[in-house]
Design a protein around this ligand. Structure first.
Ligand SMILES: *Cc1c(COP(=O)(O)O)cnc(C)c1O
Length: 422
């Protein structure tokens, strides 16, 4: 066997292989598995998962019964046992167009929508279709690491713009301008924000759109936490500013309906100028989706019912619990000297908090803090360094409030035990 032949399959264009670019998703996975290894089997307290966001195990975060019925009905009807259509069933696309249009000053049509396997596949479809030699993409710091990983797989260089903790995690528009160049293909904006719990104002989104317009950037608006807000700022869609810069809106039912395992989402051209609809980019995205796997037919079949019939009461109940959780975490962390929370979370299910290791004995940094909290308290927290922010912590608060309280008490006890004697 010639060595040459072997080399060919090692030539892939992905930039993952350079050690430097080892992706943050891997860092998150590796960190979480390291944390799991610390858990003490002789400690019979329950594990409190503050590391990754999946509220579905908790009784108080069950999906609406009507949504479950819609799935059962779709399945029983035998109408959705076949293959789905590429980019989705027309009925599902129409329902998403109507759903997103509720929050926009213009009306979308079925042809603006592609149905995807969760928001994640929408990200993959877009980034792989934007990739070209030398291309780069602007992602937030702190980041949602799936974007970094996807960019690495697709061979797109990542540049991180800053989010400003002192300004409620707004986008540092100066850093965006400083990073963008002629090879920048898009800016990703996550609102409501994971991991910061931020919700951007109308004014701020307009400012982002102005900068995108000036730099000629496509905006990828990740609105997977749409309407999951419980502070003073209402949710506004980035697509409302699409006359300035073209916007691709992506989302799913994973978070708002509390069903991340159902795997259905969307990719929508929110662009009243119609530039995107006719673009080669959309042709490439559709070609990608034709090759990719489709969301399960009966979930697509149930989607119109799910989007149309879920009662406001369901959403406000969830937001009320999350508001309670946000209050609990903010008040509790205020009392722990070595941890500070720049803002009370206003949306999503996450918050970034700062760790001051100088107040703690025998704790070097955020990673050691998280390892020891896992070992001594059976509480899992993601160290910020896994996301590129050393001595920060990412905490999810989407737990049953009593469980969250228990977790925070344990963190408090841990910090007291490890605090420096002055
Ligand atoms: C959870 C999440 C996603 C992925 O959503 P799925 O619908 O589960 O694929 C994308 N973006 C952000 C910011 C998320 O938190």
């Amino acid at each position: 066997m010639e060595k040459k032949g072997i080399k060919n399959w090692e030539k892939g264009s992905s930039i993952i292989k350079s050690g430097e670019k080892r992706t943050t998703v891997r860092a998150v996975r590796a960190t979480m598995s390291m944390l799991h290894k610390q858990l003490n089997p002789d400690d019979d307290r329950v594990v409190i998962p503050l590391g990754h966001g999946d509220p579905s195990p908790f009784q108080c975060f069950r999906p609406p019964v009507a949504a479950v019925d819609a799935i059962v009905d779709a399945l029983r009807s035998s109408r959705f046992n076949g293959y789905a259509y590429p980019t989705g069933f027309p009925s599902a696309k129409k329902a998403v167009a109507e759903y997103i249009s509720r929050d926009l000053p213009y009306t979308l049509s079925e042809s603006d929508v592609c149905i995807t396997v969760g928001c994640k596949q929408a990200v993959h479809a877009i980034i792989s279709s934007l990739a070209s030699p030398g291309s780069n993409i602007l992602l937030p710091m702190p980041t949602f690491s799936m974007y970094d990983a996807c960019s690495a797989v697709c061979g797109v260089e990542v540049r991180h713009y800053n989010l400003l903790p002192e300004k409620e995690w707004e986008v540092d528009l100066h850093s965006v301008e400083a990073l963008a160049d002629e090879n920048t293909v898009a800016i990703v904006l996550i609102n409501p924000g994971n991991p910061c719990g931020s919700v951007y104002t109308h004014q701020h989104l307009e400012n982002v759109a102005k900068v995108a317009e000036k730099l000629g950037l496509l905006v990828i608006a990740d609105e997977v936490y749409e309407h999951i807000t419980f502070g003073d700022t209402p949710f506004v869609r980035m697509g409302a500013f699409a006359l300035k810069a073209p916007v691709l809106t992506i989302g799913s039912i994973s978070k708002r309906w509390l069903v991340p395992g159902w795997r259905i989402g969307w990719l929508v051209t929110t662009d009243p100028n119609g530039i995107l609809q006719k673009s080669e980019l959309m042709e490439r995205i559709k070609a990608f989706l034709e090759v990719a796997s489709d969301p399960t037919s009966f979930i697509q079949g149930a989607l119109p019912e799910i989007l149309e019939t879920t009662k406001d009461e369901f959403f406000s109940n969830v937001n009320n619990i999350l508001r309670q959780d946000a209050d609990i975490i903010y008040e509790k962390l205020k009392k722990i000297p070595s941890i500070s929370c720049p803002n009370k979370p206003q949306g999503s299910m996450f918050v970034m908090v700062k760790l001051d290791v100088s107040l703690l004995d025998d704790i070097e940094d955020d990673t050691e803090f998280c390892l020891k909290v896992a070992k001594e308290e059976k509480v899992l927290i993601l160290p910020g360094s896994a996301l590129g922010m050393k001595n920060w912590l990412r905490i999810t608060f989407a737990l049953e409030p009593l469980v969250l309280k228990d977790g925070l008490e344990r963190i408090d006890g841990f910090c007291q035990r490890h605090s420096k004697v002055v």
